[in-house]
Design a protein around this ligand. Structure first.
Ligand code: 9UX
Length: 72
């Protein structure tokens, strides 16, 4: 099933941070499209939930030095 989740991302200090996160997420297995907004501090990710989970997406963002949580 395809799912779209919005994450709140903190720790980005310049717009290149957003580009870094976006690139990493777009290379992650199961992710269809990732769009990171530096100003809004959000990551909108469309993914196949049988391949990758929201927890794994959060883990990946944290691995490269940022904090993420699901945006309710
Ligand atoms: Mo900007 Mo971010 O110089 O990972 S790219 S701080």
């Amino acid at each position: 099933t395809k799912q779209t989740t919005s994450f709140q991302v903190t720790g980005m200090t310049c717009v290149a941070c957003a580009n870094r996160i976006e690139k990493v997420l777009n290379r992650l297995e199961g992710v269809e499209i990732a769009a990171v907004n530096f100003t809004l501090e959000t990551a909108k990710v469309e993914y196949t939930s049988s391949v990758v989970s929201s927890e794994e997406i959060i883990k990946k963002i944290e691995q490269i030095g940022f904090q993420a949580r699901i945006n309710e």
